[in-house]
Design a protein around this ligand. Structure first.
Ligand code: GLC
Ligand code: CA
Length: 533
């Protein structure tokens, strides 16, 4: 009998996030589109180890939108913005992806709509409009100031309330004023969103990534948030409100009727103990609660290990972990951890960690090329929260045009000076490239029961500066050792095995190296996978 490699696709698969604006343009307008994604599916997975090998794509929003927050301000939940194509393009993308065994996950933005959404246009039209209560309206305080002290998640926005002069009330917006929050206490809102879920499920999507899943419910009494700086304590009224769990259970029930679908949520909560609650007490909420731990850790073995161990210990029975290093809201790993030019070496090691921990890895487009943040000159900046540098287009080839295969026109954001060197074509056949490392890791993972579904056991004997762990399933035993320092280190693996075979290293020159007996030498920033015997 061969090893057991089977499990739900969202547990054993690798999920790849696509930011449609910046993936592939097909009509020369400088903005990526859905048809462009379809043309790149073979790169993502053509069924052979020559392709990246990802199992699912998660598409950031492509719905009709004024793009105040680049699509996270949805004006119509049931369509495609002309900038990205048509519903027919979407159907063709899903069809082509499924033909390659690639699942399609779409971004659902239920916390807020665009201020141009017909629901909000109606809601703001008068105090007695039947959709008034679909959003969070409240009277000014006696002095005319906002109803409470809640702040927008975007610092530059300030207060989370904007006064609608015509009707004399404030409306709540957790993000931009152009993103009014829906009132999730309203049963009609819940019903309307069920319809949205079903619309996409009926079109064949395999799941959803729920935008700010922890924000949907709020304190119905609109009480002030505690002033932490002033030593006040207590629950926040604008996020992680208990009622959110009922909403997520309801989403899950809608999904369950469709079989093998998946729901992951953006649960951006600094306290992992609160975050894991989004799996549900009966594991009946999110399949995957997006775990932001790595985005908040310093580059230290002990910090990474502690974050993983804590998450593992907090996970409710039956819940499945996930990890990621990058997304469209945060500085890329190569830049985030760079210290005197070692950003790429560190990112290579982080890739081994990501693809070998117990849980579903989420990748963000360009991560597999080792893309760095691209500095954007102020006159070309768009995003209010400074997130343009991690949203720059994919460099596909070495062509002399500024589009580098992303577009034949002028790219909406510059690709950066590194595109001549850091691009897909330049890396594709280079065994030492970041792309080759990701590809090898992803395909290796597919063949390893220990990595896909095996247990995780951190190695206490690892020296300072090294995060090491065992992944085990049946007779397969793998040791992963990650050197977080800039100096060579020896790992005494004697306690776990006498010898082993080096399967994979960040150092492509070491690929066919037999180790053992211990100790196992690691180069600076080197990460390895060793098969123990
Ligand atoms: C999420 C998205 C982010 C967006 C925000 C508001 O955090 O990832 O890009 O700005 O929600 O929708
Ligand atoms: Ca386009």
């Amino acid at each position: 009998m061969g090893p057991n490699l089977s499990g739900p696709w969202w547990q054993t698969g690798v999920i790849y996030q696509i930011y449609p604006r910046s993936f592939q343009d097909t009509n020369g307008d400088g903005v990526g589109d859905l048809a462009g994604i379809t043309t790149r599916l073979d790169y993502l997975n053509d069924g052979t180890p020559g392709s990246l090998g990802v199992d699912a794509i998660w598409l950031s929003p492509f719905y009709p939108s004024p793009m105040a927050d680049f699509g996270y301000d949805v004006a119509d939940y049931l369509g495609v913005d002309p900038l990205f194509g048509t519903l027919a393009d979407f159907d063709a993308l899903v069809h082509a992806a499924h033909a390659r065994g690639i699942r399609v996950v779409v971004d659902l933005v239920p916390n807020h709509t665009s201020d141009r959404h017909p629901w909000f246009v109606e809601s703001r039209s008068s105090r007695d409009n039947p959709k008034r209560h679909w959003y969070v309206w409240a009277d000014p305080k006696a002095d005319g100031s906002p109803p409470n002290n809640w702040l927008s998640e975007f610092r530059r926005v300030g207060r989370a309330w904007t006064l609608d002069a015509a009707t004399g009330q404030y409306y709540l917006h957790s993000f931009l004023p152009q993103q009014p929050d829906l009132n999730w206490w309203d049963p009609e809102v819940r019903e309307a969103m069920d319809g949205v879920l079903r619309f996409w499920l009926d079109r064949g999507v395999d799941g959803f990534r729920i935008d700010v899943a922890h924000r949907m419910a709020h304190d119905p009494e609109l009480r002030d948030n505690p002033l932490i700086e002033a030593g006040e304590d207590g629950p926040r009224g604008d996020e992680d409100w208990p009622e959110v769990h009922a909403i997520l259970r309801r989403f899950r029930q809608t999904l369950e009727a469709y079989g093998d679908r998946m729901m992951m949520g953006e649960t951006y909560l600094p306290d992992p103990a609160r975050m894991v609650r989004y799996y549900g007490e009966a594991v009946d909420e999110l399949h995957l609660a997006q775990n932001f731990v790595f985005l908040q850790q310093p580059w230290r073995a002990a910090a990474m290990r502690a974050a993983v161990d804590q998450f593992e210990s907090l996970l409710p029975a039956g819940a499945w972990p996930d990890y990621f290093l990058n997304n469209h809201d945060h500085s890329r790993v190569v830049s985030r951890y760079d210290e005197g030019g070692n950003g790429l070496a560190r990112a290579r090691m982080a890739a081994i960690m990501l693809l070998t921990l117990r849980g579903t890895p989420l990748l963000y487009q360009g991560e597999e090329l080792g893309l760095a943040d691209v500095p954007i000159p102020p006159e070309r900046a768009y995003d209010i929260a400074g997130r343009d540098p991690e949203r720059t287009p994919m460099p596909w080839d070495r062509s002399a045009t500024p589009g580098a295969g992303f577009t034949t026109g002028e790219p909406w954001l510059p690709l950066g000076a590194h595109a001549a060197r850091v691009n897909m074509a330049a890396q594709h056949d280079d065994p030492a490239s970041m792309l080759s490392l990701y590809r090898r890791l992803i395909w290796y993972r597919k063949s390893s029961a220990a990595l896909l579904l095996g247990s995780y056991r951190p190695l206490d004997s690892a020296p300072d500066g090294v995060f090491a762990y065992l992944r085990e399933a049946d007779s397969e035993r793998l040791l992963v050792a990650l050197n977080f320092t800039n100096r060579p280190i020896e790992v005494d693996a004697g306690g776990v095995a006498a010898s082993g075979h080096l399967e994979l290293s960040t150092d492509s020159d070491r690929l066919t190296w037999e180790v053992g007996p211990s100790p196992l030498p690691l180069g600076p920033n080197e990460g390895v996978i060793v098969r123990l015997s």
